[in-house]
Design a protein around this ligand. Sequence first.
Ligand SMILES: [Zn+2]
Length: 360
Amino acid sequence: MARIEFYDGTSALAHEAQVSVYNGKLIIRANGQAYTIEDQDISPTLSTPNGRRFINLSNNMALEFHDNADAERLLDSLNVPHLRQMRWFDRHYRTWPFIAGALMTFVGLVALLYFFALPVVAERIADRMPSHLLDDMSQEALTQMEDNETLQPSKLSKKRQLALLTQFNALKKPDTKVPFKLHFYSAPDIGPNAFALPSGDVVLLDELVNLTTSDDQTMGVLSHELGHVAHRHTMRGIIQNSIVSFAVASWLGDYGSTLVNLGASSLFSEKYSRDFERDADNYAIKMMRLNSISPAVLADFFVIMEQKHETKKTDASSKANPPSKDSSKTSKSNFNLGDLFANHPPTTERIDTLRKAATQ
Ligand SMILES: [Zn+2]
C-alpha cells in the first residue's frame, strides 16, 4: 500500500496514516490516535488520472492517497450506500460515451435556452423598456444615419408625402395604442426599403415608394412596419443579439468576440428574423382586411422587390468589383432594423401566405 496521509483538521501538517475497516466502519490510525469515521462523514473527491485522491471527512479532517487504487479498495470494502452514484460517476466521467453524452446534453440545453427562453426573456425586457429610452435610442439612430448621410432628405414632394401620410392615418388599425410616426427619406445606399425603429418611428424610403405600382402597396408595406412596432420586434432583436453576444463573449473570451464579429450569431438570428417577418406580415394581413385592401397587393409588391433584387444580383456579378454596400445591411448605423427584408429577400412562402389570405 502506498503512502496515505491524514490531516486532523486543526493544522496543515500531514500525518502518515494506516486505514482499516472494522465492523464496516472506517478506522484511521495516525499521530498516535485512532479515529472511527461515520459513513455519512465520508466524501471522496473525484479521481484524476495522475493526481492524488482525497477523502474528505467531518471537522475538516481528510485522507490523502498517493495511489488512487488504495482509495478505491478502501471505498470498496466500506460499501457506503450514499457513495454508490458518486463512484459510478467517478468510473465513467472520463469515458468517451459519457463525454459525448454530456456534450450533447449541454448543446441541447443551450439550444433550449436559445430557441425558447431567449425570445421570452427579450420580449419581457422589451415590454418593460420605458418609452423615453426607446425614443432616445431611435432618435440617436436616425441622427447617426443622417450624419453619415445614409439617410438623405426625401425628394418626394410635400404634397405627395402628405397624401401618403393622410391615407395611412385614415386606415383602421388592429390596435390603436401602437405608436407610429412616419419619416420620409431617400437612401440610395440602402435601396427600396422601409424600417421600424423601437419608438414607433417608421422610415419610408423614396426608393421603395418609387418602386410601388399603387399606393395600396405602400399602405401594405406600412401596415407590415406597424406590425414590427406592435410586436416590438426591433427592440426584441437588439436585446436578443446583445444577450447572445454577451454570453458568447463571456464564455469564449476573445475567440467568442471574433466569432460574433464573423457573424456566427447572425446565422442563428436568421431564424428569429424570419419569425418576425412572418408576424409582421400577419399583422399587415389583418390590417389590410380591416380596410378592405386585398393582401394580394403586398404579395404583388414583394414580387416587384424580388425581381429588383435579382436584377441587382445580376448587375453585381457582371461587374468586376461588386458594390461595397449591400442593400440588406445598414451597417453604418449598427442598428438592427426591422426592415421589410431583414436579411433575406421575401420568400415564396411569404408571397404564398399573402396570396392565400387574399382568397379567404
Ligand atoms: Zn419586416
